[in-house]
Ligand binder design. Structure first.
Ligand code: UN1
Length: 498
């Protein structure tokens, strides 16, 4: 039997690649071919996290005093290096996370876009000046780094989400401890290599891999960590927010979604179908902005369902490294178990399985975590499959008599991340925009994604804290300091009385 070399990757602390204090490692497998080992990674503990925090404090001293345009130069350099490694990075994402290679390539592009945008902030990072109420006095604001910041990221975007937290945090002058999802540490290791090669000073960006419990908790509990930017489940984010609040830590938590698309009778059906099929089954539904509900106006329901099933049945399922594949495996056994459990729950709750519903087996399917694209109809808003985030290729379909009822269904969940309406009626589109309760609203486009120069985030259980990306990235990752300067030659009236 041929043996393949397994590479052991280390943590990166204070500019050095180091083993974990625990001395233990774990292996990551390709979700499409579970016999293929992606690499071996450090099983870190709280001690590793605290070492990284100490290193970050040292890095901060240098980085906070580096002018923002000079910080930008390092990010531009990293962008150039990532540009040279695009294909390799896309393959890495597919091999460790499982998403189709075209999605992975899109993810690399997204990471590059955010790095470019964040680096641009190096020559903006505006404060403001305003008249003082006193004579001979100047008043203005400047931005200062927060200090040491914890970055905790999920497995579903192993490169883009780290990039869209790290680049903004760096441009603002912070030093970081980065804890990637334990399932996808290889993209994180490579991102660190890129910043190292770009010339980031030691200690500014530290990597600690391994399970969330110990490392994440240590970051939350350390008083040296001033802020945490987190993306992950609502359950973990809520706990992290509460524990951080006790220590007056600034938090940005991007969490779950249960995103709905409304299809009105006048919709361009072809456009709607493309957006919905991609939104529900692209990246195997493992996106916080994935489409998990569709609410269809009565009049076009039958036509819509016939077309939806037809389109869904044409999707190809297999290893995402093959460019002809539309739907790849779920990212892990636990993801597969969870999705299959929800399919069981939907059936028990009385929803009708209109398409799919099975795990796939036989041949190459036995090697990975494959579940068919699945569609439930006859779903009512109080069912668990209608309310809870499944994070897999499962779409629930509802019928509504008009826009008002459709919006009520759309708003009936605790989440509020993204939403969409398909209509050609501008009046209805605006009624929707003004009443739908999500942080991101689309008209005639899928619920997915976003552009890096616009704010990204949700309402209610979907998110808390300042938005990621757009101009708000600087608001989250910096402190605003207000400065008053009395430059009068004489003692001012006010100063006499105080
Ligand atoms: C996207 O849908 O393109 O965890 C981005 C997530 C989100 C990012 C989604 N925070 O899926």
């Amino acid at each position: 039997m041929a043996t393949t070399q397994i590479t052991t990757h280390k943590n990166y602390i204070g500019g050095q690649w180091v083993e974990s204090v625990t001395g233990r490692t774990y292996q990551v497998h390709n979700p499409a071919r579970t016999d293929q080992i992606v690499g071996e990674f450090q099983t870190s503990s709280a001690d590793d996290a605290l070492k990284a925090v100490a290193a970050a404090k040292e890095g901060l001293a240098i980085w906070a005093n580096t002018p923002a345009p000079a910080r930008a130069n390092v990010i531009y350099k990293a962008l150039e290096i990532l540009g040279r490694r695009t294909d390799e990075m896309a393959q890495t994402i597919t091999i460790e996370e499982g998403k189709p290679i075209s999605d992975a390539a899109g993810e690399v592009k997204r990471a590059m876009n955010i790095m470019e945008y964040a680096a641009g902030e190096g020559r903006r990072m505006f404060g403001y000046t305003t008249p003082s109420e006193l004579p001979n006095t100047v008043a203005y604001t400047v931005r200062r780094p927060l200090g040491v910041v914890g970055i905790i990221t999920p497995w579903n975007f192993p490169l883009a989400i780290p990039a869209w937290k790290i680049a903004p945090a760096l441009i603002c002058g912070n030093a970081l401890v980065f804890k990637p999802a334990s399932a996808t540490p290889l993209s994180a290791v490579k991102l660190i290599e890129i910043f190292e090669e770009a010339g980031l000073p030691p200690g500014v960006l530290n990597l600690v891999t391994g399970p969330g419990g110990q490392v994440g908790t240590a970051l939350v509990e350390s008083t040296d960590v001033k802020a945490i930017s987190f993306t992950g489940s609502t359950e973990v984010g809520t706990e992290l927010y509460a524990e951080s609040a006790k220590r007056l830590k600034k938090v940005q938590a991007e969490m779950g979604g249960k995103n709905a698309v409304i299809v009105l009778s006048d919709a361009d059906m072809d456009k709607a179908m493309g957006g919905i099929v991609q939104g529900a089954f692209g990246s195997t539904g493992q996106r916080c902005t994935a489409t998990s509900r569709v609410i269809v106006e009565d009049g076009v329901y039958d036509q819509f369902m016939a077309e939806l099933i037809d389109r869904t049945s044409k999707l190809t399922i297999g290893d995402g490294i093959d460019p002809s594949i539309d739907v790849s495996p779920l990212a892990s056994q636990s993801q597969k178990d969870k999705v299959m459990e929800y399919i069981g729950i939907g059936t028990e709750e009385g929803a009708k399985l209109a398409f799919g519903g099975h795990a796939l087996s036989g041949g190459d399917y036995d090697q990975g975590y494959y579940v068919e694209p699945t569609i439930f109809t006859d779903v009512s808003p109080d069912m668990r499959i209608a309310k809870e985030e499944i994070f897999g290729p499962v779409l629930t379909v509802f019928k509504a008599k008009d826009l008002k009822e459709a919006i009520d269904i759309s708003n009936s969940v605790e989440f509020g991340l993204s939403s969409s309406v398909y209509t050609k009626d501008i009046t209805k589109a605006y009624e929707y925009i003004n009443t739908v309760e999500t942080g991101m609203v689309h008209v005639n486009a899928s619920t997915l994604g976003g552009e890096v120069h616009l704010p990204f985030g949700g309402l209610n259980s979907s998110g808390v804290g300042q938005r990621e990306q757009g101009t708000s990235m600087v608001d989250f990752f910096s402190e605003v300091i207000t400065v008053y300067i009395d430059h009068a030659a004489e003692v001012s009236e006010r100063a006499r009385f105080i």
